[in-house]
Write a protein that binds this ligand. Structure first.
Ligand SMILES: [Zn+2]
Length: 526
């Protein structure tokens, strides 16, 4: 088990899924530096991707690992000079230079454009036009992506996307090139108002990112909380949900990813990992969800770590399905170990194949924490980053609770001890309430909200609530809330409303005491 005392302090830019609370308090070494300070060496990582074309190690084991799997993809390795089946027409001449770029698109009237479309950078745009579906085809060798986006109907013309530092090379629909303008990290596309959904195809080149802010040359992608634009055109608002189709190829090994995420998910949920893995199949839940656990072939302790960390995962997943509600993101789920260059990162909820730091694969708390994000954070999305505790607090509570329910009492007890120790150790330096007021006005990283304190305050609030209303009442509230909001974005206030409705207990004052103050004032819910 790793040792990370320093993680009780705030740390920005680490991963959403920092959950090794038990480890945080028994260890050594300060690891609270911001991730931006400990980003990976970009040079070596970049060269790794560059040389991918000659390193095809697509062996029988990997083919086996995907056979019969439900919706799992395997992008193959070392495929150079990829061609994509989608789109392919070039709007021509745009996107190579930095800064603002305008492309007029078809002036022959294709796709209902008028002649002034895209001219002079005055393009109108419905900035709220939602992305309903995202179909991605990523070539890691050529660093080229093709995104087919299905856009929601809109009474307004135009659509706006985050594009990070990618370079747009064409924007088309079935009728030809579309006018578009880039403004730094934003892309405005001139699509017409439409009473139905419509599809556009965006081709782009991307850069590798080694600070957990895009597509890493080390073989994984990581875009939480708002770096999806560096990987594909997107909306990073956690409230927005899109389905995904994903195909990734290239790199030095096999790209592993879910080929389809058929249920709306936040943009940061889609991800891949390029390694040679072998799967374990520890079991299937009563609802028929198959748990699949990967380990890296080159890791001598990989299999043992994977078995240890997922010893109760089937039972835990089953408990969540039975007590919270049906899982939304497919019928084959489980963890993929990733070699992140940062041992303070434990996991990231890339459902249905969540990522866990290879150094944390043996940690049952991490595994169940990431699994539970399938219900909170992903299944029910966050309306605002201010509601972060609805994801992390709920999941931190559930991870410890569920492990107790399925008999992993030692792990559960250590988790609760860890939460309490983290709260005590962090109180003096804490600077933000777990549930700040407002919506959309804070930066979840810069504000310090992404802190272990938010996780543990939330978990301890739910435990206080459980002790006040009883486990059956809390479970009933969580399942009612999930049924009402799955596939949508919600806030913590919505959950408090459901708790009140289903249990008769107004948890508002207790939530205020635990979550609205920097220093929680409550230990129990009165
Ligand atoms: Zn988490």
């Amino acid at each position: 088990m790793k040792h990370q005392r320093g993680a009780t302090a705030r740390y920005a830019r680490a991963a959403l899924a920092i959950v090794g609370f038990a480890a945080w308090v028994d260890g050594c070494g300060g690891k609270s530096r911001e991730l931006s300070e400990r980003s990976a060496p970009g040079g070596s990582a970049g060269s790794k991707a560059d040389t991918g074309g000659s390193a095809n190690r697509n062996g029988g084991g990997d083919a086996e690992s995907e056979a019969g799997a439900d919706g799992l993809g395997n992008g193959g390795a070392g495929v150079a000079g990829s061609t994509f089946g989608s789109g392919g027409r070039s709007a021509g001449g745009s996107g190579n230079q930095a800064g603002e770029t305008t492309n007029g698109g078809d002036t022959a009237g294709g796709a209902g454009l008028t002649d002034e479309a895209g001219r002079g950078g005055e393009m109108p745009s419905d900035a709220l036009r939602h992305i309903v579906a995202t179909d991605l085809n990523i070539s890691l060798d050529t660093r080229v992506g093709v995104a087919i986006l299905t856009l929601a109907a809109s009474t307004s013309r135009g659509a706006t996307f985050e594009i990070g530092d990618t370079t747009i090379t064409s924007v088309t629909d079935d009728d030809g090139a579309l006018g578009y303008t880039t403004h730094g990290a934003t892309l405005d596309v001139d699509v017409p108002a439409a009473s139905e959904e419509l599809k556009i195809t965006i081709e782009y080149r991307f850069k590798n990112h080694e600070a957990f802010d895009g597509i890493s040359g080390r073989g994984y992608s990581f875009t939480w909380p708002y770096y999806c634009g560096n990987a594909f055109p997107c909306h990073s608002d956690p409230a927005e949900g899109t389905t995904f189709k994903l195909f990734v190829k290239g790199g030095t090994s096999i790209a592993n990813f879910p080929t389809s995420i058929p249920f709306p998910a936040p943009a940061y949920m889609a991800a891949w990992a390029v390694e040679n893995y072998f799967p374990l199949f520890p079991g299937t839940t009563k609802a028929g969800t198959q748990i699949e656990v990967f380990y890296r072939l080159g890791n001598p302790t990989g299999e043992a770590d994977a078995r240890a960390g997922t010893a109760h995962l089937v039972q835990a997943f089953d408990w969540l399905e039975q007590h919270v509600g049906p899982y939304a993101f497919g019928s084959t789920v489980g963890p993929i170990p990733v070699r992140w260059p940062d041992v303070t990162l434990d996991g990231m909820e890339h459902h249905p194949l969540w990522h866990v730091n290879e150094t944390s694969m043996s940690d049952e708390l991490v595994q169940v924490h990431e699994a539970a994000h399938g219900w909170f954070g992903n299944g029910v999305r966050l309306r605002c980053w201010e509601d972060f505790v609805l994801s992390e607090g709920t999941v931190s509570y559930l991870a410890a609770r569920v492990l107790e329910e399925v008999g992993a009492t030692t792990v559960s007890t250590a988790a609760w001890d860890g939460y309490e120790s983290t709260l005590l150790a962090g109180q003096q330096s804490d600077s933000i309430a777990a549930w700040p007021s407002g919506c959309g006005s804070i930066d979840v990283l810069a504000s310090g909200l992404f802190s272990s304190m938010t996780y543990v305050k939330g978990a301890l609030f739910f435990r206080a609530l459980e002790q006040r209303i009883g486990r059956p009442a809390l479970d009933r509230a969580l399942s009612t809330f999930y049924a009402q909001w799955v596939g949508e974005a919600a806030g913590l206030r919505d959950l408090l409303d459901v708790i009140h409705e289903t249990s008769g207990y107004d948890a508002g004052p207790c939530a205020e005491a635990w979550l609205k103050r920097v220093q929680p004032q409550a230990t129990v819910c009165d």
